[in-house]
Design a protein around this ligand. Structure first.
Ligand code: MG
Ligand code: MG
Length: 254
């Protein structure tokens, strides 16, 4: 059962979240045609280590890198590699950092060069769905009020949401209960309380919701080859709403 974090724990998670945001800033500055996903991973790891934190993902259940770099039809858990980013790619970069025993977790989808209108729209809808869900992140609401808001928004554009991947509680473990689906009926699950820390992370496909896992046992792709996008923030429930922890200034920006 999820419990509220103490002010000290939240302070450590705020720092962990800020380090994740710094790593994303480094990614944003380096994303361009010709960069490999391995180069992105190295820059992220360097940023995390330079801030006295460790990459949450490296070694997690055997994951080999500091980031998940998921290009185009890869939904999540892509390995950084020698793949060279090309004009029109979209890449979801998922980053976790652990600071003094507490984690921050945030994903963002980035455009490489000039992308199609279809890809841009998918990114916009997925990012907006995160904030649609966050509107319901406040004390007294049920957990799936967030899920429902994300799902209704995404489905209104005809896009789909994979069934097997969800957000999660977060704290001294990268993944804690409860799982937070990105769709479904409102009014279920735990009642949100001040101090709860959650990772909300809509994942959206342009095509059908089905996925496949590659032989490396990690890389998840859309089964139909359609584009996928992924946006995630770690938040804390506050007295009257929420605060984004995976940001540079604690504001409600990206
Ligand atoms: Mg993540
Ligand atoms: Mg996560």
């Amino acid at each position: 059962m999820i419990s509220s974090k103490s002010p000290r724990e939240i302070e450590l998670m705020r720092r962990a979240g800020e380090i994740v945001a710094l790593a994303h800033q480094a990614v944003k500055e380096m994303i361009q045609i010709g960069v490999t996903t391995k180069m992105i991973d190295q820059a992220v790891e360097k940023t995390i280590l330079a801030n006295d934190a460790t990459p949450s993902f490296k070694g997690y259940n055997g994951f080999p890198a500091a980031t998940c770099c998921s290009v185009n039809d890869t939904l999540v858990h892509g390995f950084p590699s020698t793949y060279v980013l090309k004009d029109g790619d979209i890449i979801s970069v998922d980053i976790g950092a652990c600071y003094k025993g507490y984690h921050g977790d945030s994903a963002w989808t980035y455009a490489v060069g000039t992308i199609s209108n279809e890809a841009q729209h998918l990114m916009d809808v997925t990012r907006n769905s995160l904030f649609e869900g966050l509107k319901f992140a406040k004390p007294g609401n049920h957990l799936t009020d967030i899920s429902h808001a994300i799902g209704e928004y995404v489905y209104s554009f005809g896009y789909s949401i994979p069934y097997d991947y969800s957000g999660h509680g977060i704290g001294s473990h990268l993944h804690e209960d409860p799982a937070i689906p990105n769709f479904g009926p409102a009014g279920h699950g735990i009642v949100l309380k001040e101090g709860m820390t959650l990772a909300i992370e809509p994942m959206v496909h342009r095509g059908k919701p089905y996925t496949k896992v590659l032989n490396d046992e990690w890389t998840v792709k859309t089964k139909d080859g359609s584009l996928a996008a992924h946006y995630e923030h770690t938040i804390v429930i506050t007295k009257d709403g929420y605060e984004i922890l995976t940001t540079l200034h604690g504001g409600k920006n990206g």
